[in-house]
Design a protein around this ligand. Structure first.
Ligand SMILES: [Zn+2]
Length: 394
């Protein structure tokens, strides 16, 4: 998370300032506590905090004297000192844009129809306009942005700068959205990552006690984000954790990768509907209305719907079991669709996961559903930006 090679004392100072800001995201601290937190003397901590106070990153409560005793000064992060713009282009026809403050709290968020955008350029230029409008409407100076975090459903391969694997939003496949954003937001750092990676980062910040966790995103596409030993697993090309092409399927559907039976073809929300419509003989387009028809059928316990729930629940359970063998994470999270369908999948997921757990008598793995889907993506975009940012100008 922090710069690994520190050559100059000014680098050390910037790193320590970042550590202080990071710590204050969680709770208020005194200078003495901060000195302990980051392993410096109280005099050094005091100097760093004074600089951060002067530059407007921190607030300090006034030192009150009661009965003559001195109350240690509590420092807190000034939440509106800086902002992050977040752009979620995971869905086909809707973008989600948001602004978070320096603490990562979502201050503005909006879902905007983008059906009229027919090319990647149009989509990113429209998204940029929407971000500028949100900043203007809320009187946030552009200069206060520390970065823009973008969530995509594929991957921006390291060194290539084009989006690949973007099955959930095919409009962005092979596009270089970074170059457009850098042109529109000159001087503002742009960070782009897979949605599941970003959500894993956000969950990791929310649950710092969990140094290992895995998040399975199920939307129009499928993705996995992995935090292992407290770090996001990205791999050599940014593709670490991409398990959507594991061939656990049984319906013979051809994947866009050219192979058959990739799990994405069956456990994405497209896959759920395709299986259900085929089994039930219903002729309907695969879209959000199709998903509603499927959900109604699950609520009414129709045989084809129950078959899809059991098959896909077991396939997700096998996927988690495989991931548990590789990473031994105690917690597995899912999100991207609705909690009712999750509640029906859950027994099958757990049965398959527990069946494959060698030490089931000693401990069990937990599976959770992430309810606030859009908000956790926004927080993931923020986290990506925050982790790469340093308070250089103080
Ligand atoms: Zn595939």
């Amino acid at each position: 998370m922090y710069q690994s090679t520190v050559k100059h004392s000014s680098d050390i100072r910037i790193n320590n300032k970042k550590k202080i800001i990071d710590q204050l995201r969680l709770e208020c601290r005194t200078k003495k506590q901060i000195a302990n937190d980051i392993g410096v003397s109280i005099a050094t901590a005091s100097s760093l905090c004074n600089a951060l106070l002067m530059d407007g990153y921190l607030l300090s409560d006034s030192t009150n004297n009661s009965d003559g005793g001195r109350i240690p000064q509590q420092l807190q992060l000034k939440h509106d000192a800086r902002y992050v713009a977040c752009l979620n282009v995971v869905e086909r026809d809707i973008i989600t844009i948001a602004i978070t403050d320096l603490m990562g709290e979502v201050v503005f968020q909006d879902h905007i129809n983008c059906k009229h955008c027919l090319t990647p350029e149009e989509l990113i230029r429209f998204s940029s306009d929407c971000i500028y409008k949100m900043l203007d409407d809320n009187h946030i100076p552009f200069q206060l942005l520390i970065g823009i975090g973008v969530a995509v459903c594929g991957n921006e391969l390291d060194g290539l700068n084009t989006i690949q694997n973007s099955s959930g939003n095919p409009l962005l496949e092979n596009s270089n959205i970074r170059v457009i954003l850098e042109e529109r937001f000159s001087g503002v750092p742009i960070y782009i990552d897979n949605i599941a990676n970003e959500v894993a980062l956000a969950l990791n910040h929310k649950h710092p006690e969990l140094s290992d966790l895995i998040y399975l995103y199920i939307g129009d596409s499928v993705g996995v984000g992995i935090i292992s030993a407290g770090k996001l697993l990205r791999g050599s090309h940014g593709l670490g954790g991409e398990i959507n092409h594991l061939q656990l399927g049984t319906y013979g559907y051809t994947c866009y990768c050219g192979l058959k039976n990739c799990i994405e073809t069956e456990i994405s929300i497209v896959g759920f509907q395709r299986k259900f419509f085929e089994l039930s003989g219903i002729n309907h387009e695969i879209n959000r209305f199709g998903w509603d028809i499927f959900e109604d059928a699950v609520r009414n316990n129709t045989a084809p719907a129950l078959q899809v729930i059991e098959e896909n629940g077991r396939m997700i359970g096998k996927t988690f079991a495989l991931l548990s063998h590789l990473f031994d994470a105690p917690s597995y999270w899912m999100g991207g669709f609705d909690s009712y369908i999750y509640s029906r999948l859950y027994p099958f997921i757990m049965e398959e996961l527990e069946k494959r757990s060698l030490f089931r008598d000693l401990f069990s793995y937990n599976v959770f559903f992430d309810e606030g889907f859009h908000t956790i993506i926004t927080k993931g975009c923020y986290e990506l930006v925050f982790q790469n940012w340093f308070p250089m100008n103080t």
